[in-house]
Design a protein around this ligand. Structure first.
Ligand SMILES: Cc1ncc(COP(=O)(O)O)c(C=O)c1O
Length: 451
């Protein structure tokens, strides 16, 4: 990283030639999008980037320019863009049977449910497949309410659990909430991350006090019984925030004391992304009652799931529940391939190894650049918090945007998050190499010196 300001930054070599792009021009696409696509559908960069091809950890624009994808379609491309094994199995299934629905038997549904059970702690062995993380969380909360007979749900401040009418009620950022009536019965406990907490002390003390806040919330704002406590093991959209490991243990104990089920939202943290473990909750030594999954489970194919125990699943059998595309054979062909590839290619271990190297690099950036207020996360779920003043942690929102743009100019795609938009989110495909990580750090180093 030493002469990074003077040398030309070169992306690691990659033996792949993108196909010549022959579709409509970027300007045409932009103009069509402006005219006909719903205005709520937004793009990330000031000058929107068009991506037309992807291969493993890289994507290509319409001119054939290669970018290192450090955001993975928002933490979704787990194995790598167009991973050959996932492509092969999806193509095969598409050519064989695209859709039948769950009213008929198909092997993929049964095999994928068994494969997920094999990855879970014992007892969590029954799965319902849906299409998105929002749907998975809707279903998890519905089952918790039916099973417990209680309605109140505790979520965390700074959480993101989706945009559907009921999952947006769990989400806790005013920026994602429209001024329309949200589903009632959701209460938000304090975020246990020391960076966002009103409590002081060590991270463990903040964790314990935050778990105590759940108890207060239940006693003061609910009938004294709850249906569920739902939390992301690491908050993703919220800017890669989390409590100390004792937090989850204590929070789960409080929730259970008041009759609640514990739901782990593994939409971002699942499938090896945190490196040390396959599931995010395993980093804290807890076992949830319900696990929701999406994003990385399909490597970009729409697929999501809710896994729980038999007796909790049974609560949903009192009425008809059906999902047309849930359990689609093509999505599940992708899911089955993803599970195999994560194990076969050693992607969880790679997330740990490259994640460790990235964290080291990010910490060096923190030493060199006063703008860097914090380095957060685990494995390949990392965040770089930018502040204008380290003492007050005043958010460097404008500089974060500028750094995002500068990195893109140098060929690295990143995300941003946090309520104040001052956290760079680093969540690449799990197949990224150490050379890629070093390149990304050099790009950030140069970008930070510029903004
Ligand atoms: C933790 C978490 N849960 C749920 C969701 C919602 O998933 P989807 O956009 O597939 O509905 C997201 C999406 O970003 C998420 O990050």
């Amino acid at each position: 990283m030493t002469d990074v300001m003077t040398q030309r930054l070169t992306m690691p070599p990659f033996e792949y030639a993108p196909r010549p792009y022959e579709g409509p021009s970027r300007e045409e696409v932009l103009s069509l999008r402006r005219r006909h696509v719903h205005p709520a559908v937004f793009t990330l960069y000031r000058d929107p980037l068009m991506i037309v091809e992807g291969q493993m950890q890289y994507v290509f624009d319409e001119t054939g320019r290669r970018y290192l994808d450090m955001f993975a379609g928002i933490a979704t491309v787990s194995c790598g863009h167009c991973h050959p094994e996932v492509v092969r199995r999806v193509q095969e299934q598409t050519a064989t049977l695209q859709h039948s629905s769950t009213i008929y038997l198909h092997p993929n549904l049964a095999l994928m449910a068994r494969a997920l059970a094999a990855k879970m702690p014992s007892g969590l062995d029954v799965t319902y497949f849906v299409n998105s993380g929002s749907e998975a969380n809707d279903l998890a909360v519905t089952m918790a309410r039916l099973f417990t007979g209680h309605t109140d749900v505790i979520a965390l401040r700074n959480a993101y659990h989706g945009g559907s009418p009921s999952s947006v009620a769990l989400t806790s950022h005013h920026t994602w909430k429209f001024p329309v009536q949200a589903q009632p019965g959701v209460h938000h406990a304090l975020c246990p991350d020391p960076a966002l907490s009103p409590f002081s002390g060590t991270a463990e003390e903040v964790g314990s006090q935050s778990a105590g806040d759940i108890r207060d919330l239940i006693r003061f704002s609910t009938p004294g019984k709850i249906a569920a406590f739902i939390a992301e093991p690491i908050q993703g959209v919220g800017g890669v925030t989390r409590g100390a490991p004792n937090y989850f243990r204590e929070a789960y104990a409080v929730a259970r004391e008041y009759g609640g089920l514990c739901i782990a939202d593994e939409v971002q943290t699942g499938f090896g992304r945190t490196g040390a473990h396959y599931w995010g909750f395993q980093n804290y030594g807890v076992t949830p009652d319900i696990v929701t999954m999406a994003k990385g489970i399909g490597n970009g194919v729409p697929l999501a799931a809710v896994t729980t125990r038999r007796e909790i699943a049974d609560s949903l059998t009192g009425r008809i529940h059906f999902n047309t595309f849930g359990g689609n054979p093509v999505s599940l062909a992708a899911g089955l391939a993803v599970l195999d590839v994560i194990d076969r290619d050693g992607l969880q271990e790679n997330a740990r190894k490259v994640g460790t190297r990235l964290v080291r690099g990010l910490r060096r950036l923190q030493e060199r650049h006063p703008l860097v207020g914090g380095v957060r996360g685990l494995g390949l779920m990392l965040g770089l918090e930018l502040v204008t003043d380290r003492a007050t942690r005043a958010p460097a929102t404008t500089q974060t945007l500028a750094l995002l743009e500068a990195a893109r100019e140098m060929g690295v795609l990143l995300g941003k998050g946090g309520l104040e938009g001052n956290v760079l989110r680093i969540k690449p495909p799990l197949c990224i190499t150490e050379e890629d990580a070093d390149f990304a750090i050099d790009v950030l180093d140069r970008g930070l010196a510029r903004v």
